[in-house]
Design a protein around this ligand. Sequence first.
Ligand code: SAM
Length: 335
Amino acid sequence: SPQQDTDAPIRLTDNDAALAKLSAVRQNYLSDPFIKHFVPRASFQPLRPPLINVGTFVRTVTIDDLVDQWIDLAMKEGKKCQIVSLGAGSDTRFWRLATGPRKDYLSTYIEVDFPEITMKKVMAIKKSKDLSAVLGSDVKLAQGGTALSSSRYHLLPADLRADPSVTLGSLTTGRVDAPPLLDASFPTLLIFECVLVYMSPQESNTLLQWFRSYFTSQSGGVLGAIIYEMFGLKDSFGRVMVSNLKTRNVSLPGADPYPTFQSLPSRFLNLGFTAARALTLKDIRRSYIAPEELERISKLEMLDEVEELDLVLEHYAVTWGLCIGNSGAQLKAPW
Ligand code: SAM
């Protein structure tokens, strides 16, 4: 009998994320000319409620801003930056960066996800002239069409819960015929956008620790990481409070290890990161989004329940951490 595929509901969350981004783009919260290429029959897809669109907007512009600031910091040190997006799904950030004002300061961009998801992404890239054009001419497929590499962009299939030195070895040690994809002397940023919740705390710590040791064992190495996640997920009865996980029937691995806002930065600090900070989407919307932008998005759709919006947004946070190798690069706030 066929084995039950317990990861199928986890992979389906990529579709949820892509549809949410597409909805926010169609309703003019965000501008992203690439997301439609990752969603079949994009213009026929249902739109998301205003509350979800606002949340998607806040989350996306916040991470975009942290990424931009990271690239600027690297640039000031006269270096290009490397980015690794773990559980990248249908994310378009590479294409937006590679066609944006900071495109010349990005040396390598790597995305990792389950092979089923990377294969879908490879097919979408091959099918779309807009997506392929950004990659340039030296695009190679590998591993049965689940992996793709080009001069800057690389898409790799891997289960992030497995031993990273085995599944992600091509990033740090290379292979017989190829050098490592990542240069330990370049400032490198990890992005975990709505991904770590599907792994146990131990598995995500192993992953973060593995990257940390590669980048900071060498002098001058600098590693940054951004985590976007829900927190305070379980109520006092251990029930999951987030509806899209309930409807997808995703069971979370173990107890929620970061139940409070205060505990979020400790994920990094406990692993020896130099500094870490967290903000909830509620606080970001209130205090960090430019007033003109808030004014602009407030006119896009009727949002009658601002209190409900805050209740939802205060359960989502962006946490970022920084780890500096022994020579001590100078990085400034917010990093
Ligand atoms: N980061 C993307 C975004 O924000 O649009 C996608 C987020 S989606 C909610 C979660 C993604 O993480 C899915 O694409 C899923 O396949 C991937 N993922 C979850 N657990 C994973 C694992 N153990 N190994 C590889 N990918 C994983």
